[in-house]
Design a protein around this ligand. Structure first.
Ligand code: GUN
Length: 291
């Protein structure tokens, strides 16, 4: 069994990006600039955004964090997005989700210029991705594909079973795995809450992507010998022994599933670190597409 080290892979990619940025700057070009909008004080969002800012430093990017009170109106937020759309010094930006309930997240997502939508959430980018056109791919699916590539895991002709059909993981990762590409060329089955017998499907899988958000859902008796298991779960489970009062729990019963696998990602340290890395890749792509 090989443990897929997402932390190391993400660090390697960030160093490669940093090297490329160093060369850009040495040629007299401007470094990439990522802006992030953070509304309110959600604990998880604060951590995610702080990590994104930190990753920008590692990559040599400029970053701007725009904070707004949780009482900001939808119209005011849309006006801020327009400013970033129009600001030529900003290559890409994100609006950290979730937003307060009085703001329509879909309207906000669709207000972002697709050419600056480095989260890859705008329907234009989602649509372009689904038909294999150049686009900003959303972070988690793109990070998963990078892990498969960097570990040289054969995907062609394999049966991939995706558990979960969310717009930000399940659907796009299924799309990428089925695409005529490398990695890709899988036969893909997508299971969800209305699938009657998930075990019968996962037992046929060469590759399992667990992205349903249910701690330790995937058990040993659901996995065939030699399968590749990618765990996208990051549920916060209360844990008084931890300084933060919780621990991150994946969707896979790691201890019992791991011995059966050819490759498996841990939680934390698997898919998680790769997502920010994908955001950095998209921001570099945004910068390069302008020069
Ligand atoms: N909230 C949780 N994950 C993400 C993400 O990848 N992008 C944004 N904008 N918000 C998030």
């Amino acid at each position: 069994m090989t443990l897929i080290d997402g932390k190391k892979t993400a660090n390697d990619i960030k160093l490669e990006i940093a090297q490329e940025v160093k060369e850009m700057v040495a040629r007299g070009e401007r470094a990439p600039h990522l802006a992030a909008i953070l509304v309110g004080h959600d604990g998880g969002s604060e951590t995610y955004v702080a990590n994104k800012v930190k990753a920008c430093e590692v990559c040599g990017f400029k970053s701007s964090l725009l904070r707004f009170d949780e009482n900001i109106t939808e119209e005011e937020l849309l006006a801020e997005i327009k400013k970033l759309n129009d600001d030529e010094s900003v290559d890409g930006f994100i609006v950290q989700l979730p937003l307060p309930r009085h703001i329509d997240e879909q309207r906000v997502t669709e207000a972002i210029d697709p050419d600056k939508d480095v989260d890859g959430f705008h329907p234009v980018n989602v649509g372009r991705m689904s038909i294999g056109l150049p686009c900003f791919k959303s972070a988690t699916p793109s990070g998963i594909i990078d892990l498969l590539e960097r570990y040289d895991i054969e995907t062609r002709g394999k049966h991939a079973v995706v558990i979960g059909r969310s717009n930000i993981v399940g659907k796009p990762v299924a799309t990428l795995l089925m695409q005529k590409a490398k990695p890709g060329n899988c036969t893909v089955t997508v299971c969800h809450s209305a699938t009657p017998d998930i075990k019968q499907l996962t037992l046929q899988a060469d590759i399992i992507i667990a992205a349903l958000g249910k701690p330790e859902f995937l058990k040993e008796d659901m996995v065939k010998e030699g399968a590749v298991v990618i765990d996208v779960g990051t549920t916060r489970v209360p844990d008084a022994s931890r300084k933060r009062g919780f621990r991150l729990c994946g969707d896979v019963d790691f201890e019992n599933v791991a011995p059966k696998c050819s490759y498996i990602t841990p939680v934390p340290g698997g898919v998680g670190p790769m997502t920010i890395c994908s955001l950095m890749k998209n921001t570099l792509q945004a910068r390069k597409s302008k020069s």
